[in-house]
Design a protein around this ligand. Structure first.
Ligand code: GLN
Length: 454
């Protein structure tokens, strides 16, 4: 009830939730009470969560914040959300996001932008919460849920977490099942939590993660009790600092934050080593080929026949065209055009195949560092703090918007786990985050190290 009242009071201003499910929440909470009375409580018994609109939730609108999925309510539950309900969590509603998770500011949502609960000192200007999981990050930051699910294809958990002073982890590719989550770029997409602190993120990920026969890319490895990894010294650990992440034009405050993070980890007993990830500069262009290519294929299913919106036409081809023209927003159309272009017969080798080769080189860079004994890599999470809503410069130049992902996309390209943890405030009083990147399936190391920073 407290969370539902908080949503009622604040959501009009923040626009973090696109669907609120108070009845379902109360029913689930009652069932939780019964289990608690019977002494059968799950790990998340009664914990109220917000769910990104990308997760299929049975009987509850699931629109990926796109017009083309108008009115769609699946008859199935995503594996990740089912895992959470099995552990006793309670659903408060569905959270706003960039349309089909394409964006870094939550401004491409069909339901309008989300406002960051943070403002610069002495300013009333509205800021973005980051994206695409902007609703998840804003809701957690504003206490409109105890934690939230999110997804990350190129930074969509970590960048919004950094912009809102929350913790977000993208686990290793394969750690969580993608089944029942609306697909953006299937070889990059991973689910993970956004939470108020590292401990909450650890508890949530433990519950979300599982091998799943319905997603053959999910991995059959035991899911450790991440919470027990927290605490203790970092003695014997090696933390890599990649020279290539010192990008041109990076604000001095971000540099200073990074130096501060290094000092904290050193104080906790870690050894700091310089490393090189030489292919970093190709990650962003390669990502913006691979992700749209996969997206153009995944989005082919929205044809006005099977889901959501249908705009009638003079024949079936015209109906497809009218539906897709009306149903997809500008950014999604841009990605479909780029994607079909780079996959087309004459350009496949020059773009898509080349991007895949670059992807392998990026992965090898990380492998080299890990083989040399590095346990985790420390970088800034984003090149700036949260920027203004409707920023003219960014609206005019989509590539500038894509630069937001400069520190995060490499991690998805390599399939590695990455966590964003709040590390301080900038001169404007806005949160800044640091990112830790780990070895495959060693999320515990990230939780342990991030806990030292938060
Ligand atoms: N901002 C990136 C993009 O627009 C990443 C999005 C994501 O991780 N879902 O593709």
């Amino acid at each position: 009830d407290a969370y539902i009242s908080a949503i009622d009071a604040a959501n009009g201003a923040l626009n973090a939730y696109v669907t609120v499910t108070p009845e379902k929440a109360r029913d689930m909470a009652k069932a939780s009470d019964a289990r608690l009375t019977d002494g059968k409580a799950g790990a998340l018994e009664g914990i109220p969560l917000g769910i990104k609109d990308l997760f299929g939730t049975e009987g509850v609108h699931t629109q990926a914040c796109s017009h083309i999925l108008d009115g769609f309510a699946p008859r199935y539950e995503s594996t990740v959300t089912q895992n959470l309900w099995n552990d006793g969590a309670v659903m408060l509603g569905k959270l706003n996001m960039d349309e089909f998770a394409m964006g870094s500011s939550n401004e491409s949502s069909y339901f309008g932008p989300v406002k960051n609960p943070w403002r610069a000192t002495g300013s009333n200007a509205d800021l973005v919460p980051g994206g695409s999981s902007g609703g998840s990050a804003a809701a957690v930051a504003a206490f409109l849920c105890a934690g939230a699910t999110a997804t990350d294809t190129g930074g969509s958990i970590r960048q919004p977490a950094a912009f809102t002073g929350t913790v977000g982890i993208k686990p290793t590719y394969g750690r969580c099942s993608r089944w029942g989550i609306v697909a953006f770029a299937s070889s990059l997409d991973q689910a993970g939590p956004i939470a108020r602190d590292v401990r909450d993120a650890a508890i949530l990920l433990k519950s979300m993660a599982s091998v799943d026969a319905k997603d053959t890319t999910s991995v059959d490895l035991p899911v450790p009790d991440y919470e027990t990894a927290l605490g203790g010294s970092l003695k014997g650990m090696k933390i890599g600092i990649p020279a290539e992440y010192r990008v041109e034009g990076m604000p001095e405050e971000i540099e200073a934050l990074w130096r501060q993070g290094i000092a904290w980890l050193k104080d906790a007993g870690a050894e700091i080593v310089d490393i090189s990830l030489p292919h970093t500069k190709y990650a962003l262009p390669a990502y913006y080929i691979v992700a749209p290519a996969e997206a153009s294929s995944n989005l082919a299913r929205y044809d006005g026949v099977r889901y959501g919106l249908r705009v009638d036409g003079k024949d079936i081809a015209d109906m497809y065209e009218q539906t897709r023209a009306a149903g997809f927003g500008q950014e999604v159309k841009r990605r479909i055009m780029i994607g079909t272009y780079v996959l087309s017969a004459g350009y496949y080798d020059a773009y898509y195949l080349r991007a895949q080769k670059v992807r392998t080189l990026i992965k090898r860079d990380f492998e080299t560092a890990f083989h040399a004994g590095v346990d985790a890599i420390l970088t800034p999470a984003t090149p700036s703090s949260a920027f203004g809503i409707a920023d003219q410069e960014l609206a005019a130049d989509p590539v500038k918007m894509y630069l937001n992902d400069i520190f995060t996309v490499t991690v998805n390209m390599a399939g590695l786990p990455g966590i964003a943890v709040p590390a301080g405030l900038d001169a404007k009083g806005l949160p800044l985050g640091l990112q830790l990147i780990g070895r495959p399936f060693e999320e515990e190391t990230l939780f342990k190290t991030a806990h030292v920073i938060e």
